[in-house]
Design a protein around this ligand. Structure first.
Ligand SMILES: NC(=O)c1ccc[n+]([C@@H]2O[C@H](COP(=O)([O-])OP(=O)(O)OC[C@H]3O[C@@H](n4cnc5c(N)ncnc54)[C@H](OP(=O)(O)O)[C@@H]3O)[C@@H](O)[C@H]2O)c1
Length: 350
């Protein structure tokens, strides 16, 4: 079996740590692993498969001889280093928003559009966490009964913002319980015992960038440019696990039972839907799991062709690291790593 030289850019971050776990748990065929971060972490030691590995500063030479580079070091770092890594011969799977809507970059959820990986030019984008869980739950239904409109409200955990946000929620929760005042650093307001309807920057149209990612990325992944989508993204004081209330209008009537039947067989989905025993997805129990959990499926009382559901997943796993490693597995399985007839286009000036 072929083994691959793998680099993780952003290895010391929340997603980077999850990359290491997922690669280990899925026995990804690695001949070597190269852990990269900023100069702040150079020299730090992390364990991979029980072996100590030193973290190195990310520099252009870091990607020489690398087959697969997993990036989770923020959009700026991706914008700078991903094209360098691709030109060095690596296939980059990028977790940031830097290249997701680039027309030469596939945006992939392996349960939905693995074939798109084939037209990559050295960079493949991993979608936004809130988009991934929504499309994994909706695409199997869309294939049977095309979706016309989606209204989604998200309840997003602080781990979606990175390690500094975990620290902020922990500190503030203690301060509030001790009757002390809080000073926000990561978010514009206190997050402990609060909810904030602001994720990423505000756009001219009144939506936030996070909300607009759900609109654009969903259409690109599902190859469905005409689905109408509206989103409200909300940060909640949960450590891990994003939740979404999704309201869907189909082309024709779909009963809750039909949706349950389809989703019970859908890849990556687990149904938790029995209101009688209060069985429904929750972020606390979804954390550290791989599935996208779906429940509360019911008719949407406001539209004859409508359904409403509640969807939860671990944002660091299926929402980030797991999806990216699944993309790497597809590349390996289909031998799309070094297609002989292919020379990467330079995407560096995007
Ligand atoms: N958290 C999620 O749920 C999630 C989901 C999907 C996508 N993402 C994306 O994944 C990326 C990382 O998220 P995270 O949650 O892991 O953040 P994080 O915990 O803050 O970690 C950031 C990582 O990036 C590294 N880094 C920062 N500046 C760098 C630079 N100039 N050069 C090289 N490495 C640098 C950091 O290294 P140091 O330790 O040396 O500072 C650290 O390893 C972001 O682009 C984010 O949008 C996150």
């Amino acid at each position: 079996m072929m083994e691959y030289r793998v680099a993780i850019a952003g290895a010391t971050g929340l997603v980077g740590q999850e990359f290491i776990k997922v690669l280990e748990q899925r026995n990804f065929p690695m001949s070597s692993i190269h852990l990269l971060a900023s100069d702040r972490s150079a020299g730090k030691k992390l364990f991979v498969n029980h072996q100590e590995v030193e973290v190195k500063e990310t520099v252009p030479e870091s990607f020489k001889g690398i087959d697969i580079a997993l990036f989770s070091a923020g959009a700026e770092t991706s914008r700078h280093f991903s094209p360098i890594a691709a030109q060095s011969g690596a296939v980059v799977i990028d977790n940031s928003s830097a290249f997701r809507m680039h027309s030469e970059v596939p945006l992939v959820v392996p349960e939905i559009n693995p074939e798109d990986i084939k037209w990559h030019n050295g960079i493949i984008a991993n979608p936004n966490c809130s988009t991934i869980q929504m499309v994994v739950a909706l695409y199997p239904l869309h294939k049977v009964n095309p979706i016309k409109r989606i209204v989604v409200d998200t309840y997003q955990a602080v781990s979606g913002t990175g390690s500094a946000a975990i620290e902020e929620l922990t500190t503030q929760a203690k301060q509030v319980l001790n009757g002390q005042s809080t000073i926000p650093h990561v978010y514009p307001h206190q997050i402990a015992f609060n909810v904030l309807p602001e994720i990423d920057v505000f756009l001219d149209n009144g939506y936030t960038k996070e909300e607009w990612k759900l609109v654009e990325e969903t259409r690109k992944i599902m190859h469905a440019s005409d689905i109408a989508i509206s989103a409200t993204c909300v940060r909640v004081p949960v450590f891990t696990g994003h939740s979404e209330a999704i309201h869907i209008e189909f082309s024709r009537v779909m009963s809750p039972d039909e949706a349950r039947h389809i989703l019970a067989q859908a890849p990556g989905v687990k149904l938790l839907d029995d209101p009688i025993i209060s069985l429904y997805p929750q972020p606390w129990s979804a954390a550290s799991s791989d599935e996208v959990f779906v429940g509360r499926i019911r008719r949407d009382a406001s539209h004859p062709n409508g359904l409403t559901m509640w969807v939860v997943t671990d944002n660091l796993r299926k929402g980030a690291a797991l999806n990216a490693v699944q993309i790497a597995e597809e590349i390996v399985k289909r031998d799309w790593i070094h297609p002989e007839d292919k020379k990467w286009k330079n995407l560096g000036d995007y």
